[in-house]
Design a protein around this ligand. Structure first.
Ligand SMILES: Cc1ncc(COP(=O)(O)O)c(C=O)c1O
Length: 384
């Protein structure tokens, strides 16, 4: 029987019979785990051996994600960025060449340019609207392709199945930061990705009160992910894993609200005279819409708006007086946010003069949000 996402997120990973009937797997705060005898200690056959190598709480979360993503192994990390770096290190070694989408989350670029480069891995950035044409960037030593669709800040779509076909034919792995869609709206491993990456900090956490990430691997990539994760000493706090599991339980009910409010705001922005264009693959007019519609089951509440020739004072007047939108660097929580987008591109130039504002639609009422934004545009007009 194929069950629907809300049924899955309500039930996956739970095992009350092993926790005195507790509905949610409790927080196991543990470092040392005592072994029953020397034989078990020497053979390492206990179900849990050390706090950093897995606990019933982390296992509960990992089991749920493996089922949602149809993966063979899920590991948890202390942040989404740690999940990105762990996944890259699991596949690359000195002398390799890595292809990264030009619109990848900026700290991903920093890791490639500042850390990987020191260890002899060279990175080339590719057009974030790429599909099979990515093959022109392949070299004999290209080890992996790192995708993020839609991309950070500018929301371009890549054709993931086409990229995966090229990469696998050329003997390379495909990694994807799937934080925008979450495993409910896009299933990377079903579309040819080998390592699916998620910042749990965002929608799975959902309440802006935890930092965590995960990487979920296909069977062919499970061993190298397991060893790299262990060798780097990666894990996540017991409390954060517990909160992530709690967030997961309501994800399938929260995401459609973020999606609907996000689309309502996006369409409202698109009709405003102050707006040059809206960057949201869920809009029919967006260049990435066809691929989004073909491969994704939905959109989250994050998109961007390019404003027409606004001064810095005008932008400040718009943003500073907003009552319902906070200004902050994350997203995926229940609250709405706006942040100016600082866009750095090397493969596909982005006009330096464009003023782009990233918008996160939270769980507030859409009309209340629109009223707040309307007042913002009125302040902007007064500021000139
Ligand atoms: C697309 C994307 N991936 C990864 C991350 C990193 O996640 P974390 O903040 O949990 O390290 C972020 C954070 O903003 C993000 O926007």
């Amino acid at each position: 029987m194929t069950r629907k996402p809300s049924t899955l997120t309500s039930h996956l990973g739970r095992d009350p019979a092993h926790h005195y009937g507790a509905v949610s797997t409790p927080v196991y705060r543990v470092s040392t785990i005592l072994m029953p005898d020397l034989k078990t200690l020497e053979e390492g056959t206990a179900p849990y051996v050390y706090g950093r190598r897995g606990t019933p709480t982390s296992e509960s979360f990992a089991n749920a994600i493996n089922e949602l993503e149809h993966g063979a192994l899920t590991v948890v990390t202390p942040s989404g960025l740690a999940a990105i770096t762990t996944a890259i290190l699991a596949v690359c070694r000195a002398g390799d060449h890595l292809l990264v989408s030009d619109s990848a989350y900026f700290p991903t670029r920093n890791f490639c340019d500042r850390v990987l480069a020191r260890y002899g891995v060279e990175t080339t950035y590719f057009d974030p609207c790429s599909g099979a044409e990515i093959e022109t960037h392949f070299r004999s030593n290209t080890r992996a392709v790192f995708c993020e669709a839609p991309g950070s800040l500018t929301f371009e779509m890549q054709d993931i199945p086409a990229i995966a076909e090229v990469a696998h034919r050329r003997g390379a792995s495909v990694l994807m930061d799937n934080t925008w869609a979450t495993p409910l709206y896009f299933q990377p491993l079903e579309h040819g990705v080998d390592l699916s990456i998620q910042s749990v900090t965002k929608y799975i956490g959902g309440h802006s009160d935890l930092m965590m990430g995960y990487v979920c691997a296909t069977a062919s990539h499970a061993e190298r992910l397991k060893h790299t994760h262990g060798d780097l000493g990666q894990f996540a706090s017991a409390d954060d894993i517990f909160l992530a599991l709690r967030g997961l339980r309501t994800l399938a009910r929260r995401l459609p609200v973020h999606e609907q409010t996000g689309l309502e705001l996006a369409r409202w922005f698109a009709a405003r005279p102050e707006v040059a264009r809206v960057l949201h693959p869920g809009l029919e007019s967006d260049p990435g819409h066809r691929i989004w519609k073909r491969d994704f089951r939905g959109a989250c509440g994050l998109f961007a708006v390019e404003l027409k020739g606004v001064s810095h004072a005008g932008l400040a007047a718009f943003m500073d007086g907003l009552e319902l939108f906070g200004m902050g660097w994350s997203w995926g929580g229940f609250e709405s946010l706006v942040t100016p987008a600082h866009i750095v591109r090397t493969a596909r130039p982005w006009p330096a003069s464009a003023t782009v504002v990233r918008v996160h639609a939270g769980l507030e009422d859409a009309q209340d949000l629109i009223a707040d934004l309307t007042q913002g545009f009125e302040r902007m007009a007064r500021a000139g």
